[in-house]
Design a protein. Structure first.
Ligand code: AMP
Ligand code: MG
Length: 286
C-alpha cells in the first residue's frame, strides 16, 4: 500500500477528520507482523540521510502536528532514532518567547529551517499560529486568516531553495487520548508530562478539529503536502510516517558527490610508505 497516496490531503480538497478512521491499520494485523517492514523503512531513511548529508545540495523539513498525546514525541524517538545526529535536528515550538513574539510569526520557523544537507523535524511548528492561536483567539481573525497565504509563500520559498517539505497530522480519537492520559497518570516516570491544560484543551476538541481541517485544506500543496496519519495504533503511525518519508527521500535524486581528488595519486603519495611498512612489519613477524 502506498501511504503517500492513501493519506495525502489533495491540494484544494476539503478535509473531514470525522471521516478518517484513527484506528486504521490497513492490511497489517499486528505490531509484530508489521515490525520488519517498519524497520526496513527506517533503515532506508537512515541510508538516504547519509546521502543527503554527503550530497549537501538539498534539505528535508518534517512538520509534526497533533493534539496532545497523539505521538509526536514517539515518532521522533522511533522513526528518527537511526539518523546521524550530525545533520539532523529537532526543534520544539513552545509558547513564543519574548524575542520570538517580538517578530513576525514565521521568524522563528525560518530561523530553524534546514540548511543544505540537513534534516530538521518541527515538533509543532508555524502552524500553531493558525491552530492554538485561532482556537484561543490570541489574535483577531483578521490577523490569523491571512496567515495561510503567508505560510504557503514561506513554504514555497523554502522549497525553491531546495527544501523538501512533509507535513504530518497525527490523528487520534478523543477516547484514545484520554486512555493515554490515564496511562501517564499510572506511570510515575511520565508524571512530568502531565499538565492540567491537557485536560482542559479536550473541551476545545471540535474547535481544534475545525482549525486543523481549515489549515490542511488551505496549505496542502504539491510542494508541501499534508498527510493525515491514523495514529490510535502507535506502531501503525510509525510505519506510515516512515514509509512516506523514505519514499519521498528516495525520489530526491540523492547521490554521493563526485570524488574531488585523484585517488590513485593519494594512495601512492600518502599510503605507499604505510603499505610497505606493513609489509615489512608482517615479514619481521615471521
Ligand atoms: P508541548 O508541545 O507539550 O511542549 O507544549 C507546547 C505548548 O506551546 C503547546 O500548548 C502549544 O500549543 C504552545 N504553543 C506553541 N506555539 C505557540 C504559539 N505560537 N502561540 C501560543 N502557544 C503556542
Ligand atoms: Mg503537551
Amino acid at each position: 500500500m502506498d501511504y503517500r497516496k492513501k493519506f495525502l490531503v489533495e491540494p484544494g480538497a476539503k478535509v473531514r477528520l470525522s471521516k478518517i478512521d484513527a484506528s486504521y491499520t490497513g492490511e497489517h494485523e499486528t505490531h509484530e507482523k508489521a515490525l520488519p517492514e517498519n524497520q526496513a523503512h527506517v533503515e532506508r531513511m537512515d541510508k538516504l540521510q547519509y546521502l543527503l548529508y554527503a550530497d549537501g545540495n538539498q534539505s528535508l523539513l518534517v512538520v509534526l502536528q497533533a493534539l496532545d498525546a497523539a505521538g509526536k514525541d514517539g515518532v521522533i524517538r522511533h522513526v528518527f532514532s537511526g539518523m546521524n545526529p550530525q545533520g539532523t535536528s529537532v526543534f520544539g515550538f513552545k509558547h513564543p518567547s519574548k524575542e520570538e513574539a517580538d517578530h513576525d510569526f514565521l521568524w522563528r520557523a525560518h530561523l530553524r529551517a534546514p540548511g543544505k544537507g540537513e534534516v530538521v523535524v518541527f515538533n509543532r511548528s508555524h502552524y500553531e499560529d493558525v491552530l492554538v492561536v485561532r482556537v484561543h483567539k490570541l489574535v483577531p481573525r483578521s490577523v490569523w486568516s491571512k496567515r495561510y497565504e503567508q505560510i504557503n509563500a514561506f513554504e514555497t520559498t523554502l522549497s525553491r531553495a531546495g527544501t523538501t517539505i512533509l507535513k504530518f497530522f497525527l490523528h487520534i480519537s478523543p477516547e484514545e487520548q484520554l486512555a493515554r492520559f490515564k496511562q501517564r497518570l499510572d506511570d510515575p516516570s511520565r508524571h512530568w508530562k502531565i499538565s492540567e491544560s491537557d485536560y482542559s484543551e479536550r473541551k476545545l476538541w471540535p474547535q481544534y478539529v475545525e482549525a486543523y481541517e481549515t489549515a490542511m485544506a488551505l496549505t496542502s500543496t504539491k510542494r508541501a503536502p499534508w498527510y493525515v496519519i491514523p495514529a490510535n495504533h502507535k506502531w501503525f503511525r510509525n510505519l506510515a510516517v516512515s514509509q512516506i518519508i523514505a519514499d519521498t527521500m528516495d525520489e530526491m535524486g540523492l547521490k554521493l558527490p563526485p570524488t574531488r581528488v585523484n585517488l590513485p595519486d593519494i594512495r601512492r603519495k600518502y599510503h605507499a610508505a604505510e603499505q610497505s611498512k606493513t609489509r615489512v612489519g608482517k615479514r619481521s613477524l615471521k
